[in-house]
Design a protein around this ligand. Structure first.
Ligand code: ZN
Length: 279
């Protein structure tokens, strides 16, 4: 079983505003962010399946609608699982989530405070988490840094989620990218809260950070709380497997400890659908 727990699709017109302007600043004027369902399927079809994320972030200029994701994953039932995204600033966000789950067939919620500009520990957002708990669906959080200049950096630290985990102990939550660059904080959360997990997506391009984050995971004894994901279209599933298997390259010729191969392979083969209750 190789299941990619963190993938995106971006259709024409979904990415604009300050997100696109900042991306061009970071990666050059020619930068475009398009990843159609067809391109996505070409990448993931050789594996067992994937989570596909909607992304409702008008504060920074990206909106990938729930319907777009639902249309696509509906064509590959049992292989692809769609996560809804709602704008927490909308007064009826809990109702929108209920619609996405019950009517569109989505099976999780994606939230991203640094792209949606909200402080997740404020009580006004708790009805949304209560709705996710009631619907028995997981929340995947982008709880880490980003290049977007208008994003709320202080809202995006992993520790922001601790009060939510304590209030809703049955609610399954995943912290994307091991909370980069705050992997120590992320590991603290997944260690203490039984239903909080992390994914290791998107870390392959920063091998020193990836290695240190994974060493933290090993030393705190929480490899079983780490899910496998790529953050497609920024990296493919195969690229992520390859970079994970090369994580120890930088230890060669040194006395640095290695990430055990069995830890790496166990994460690559993690049965995420079973952990999240999809199958
Ligand atoms: Zn992502």
């Amino acid at each position: 079983m190789i299941f990619d727990c963190h993938t995106h699709v971006f259709g024409p017109g979904h990415v604009g505003g300050s997100f696109l302007a900042d991306a061009k600043r970071a990666w050059g004027e020619q930068y475009e962010l398009i990843a159609t369902p067809e391109q996505h399927w070409e990448t993931v079809k050789q594996f067992d399946g994937a989570i596909v994320l909607a992304f409702n972030c008008p504060a920074t200029g990206v909106v990938v609608p729930n319907e777009y994701v639902a249309d696509y994953v509906g064509k590959h039932k049992g292989r692809l699982f769609g996560f809804a995204s709602v704008n927490p600033h909308d007064g009826d966000a809990p109702r929108q989530l209920e619609f996405a789950v019950k009517e569109l067939g989505l099976v999780g919620l994606k939230l991203a405070p640094i792209y949606q500009n909200f402080y997740p520990n404020e009580s006004s957002y708790y009805p949304l988490y209560a709705k996710a708990a009631e619907l028995n669906i997981p929340i995947l959080w982008h709880q880490g840094t980003s290049f977007v200049s208008q994003g709320f950096l202080d809202a995006s630290r992993p520790a922001m989620l601790d009060p939510i985990a304590r209030t809703f102990p049955e609610l399954k939550m995943i912290i994307a990218h091991l909370g980069h660059p705050w992997h120590g904080e992320c590991v603290s959360l997944i260690r203490k809260n039984p239903n909080v997990y992390a994914d290791m997506s998107a870390l392959g391009s920063r091998p020193w950070q990836f290695y240190n984050a994974m060493m933290n995971v090993v030393e705190y004894g929480v490899p079983n709380k780490v899910l496998f994901g790529s953050d497609y279209s920024f990296f493919t599933t195969q690229q992520t497997i390859d970079s994970f298997r090369k994580i120890n390259d930088l230890t060669e010729g040194t006395k640095l400890p290695r990430i055990p191969e069995e830890v790496i392979e166990a994460i690559i083969h993690r049965n995420t659908p079973e952990i999240l209750g999809f199958r």
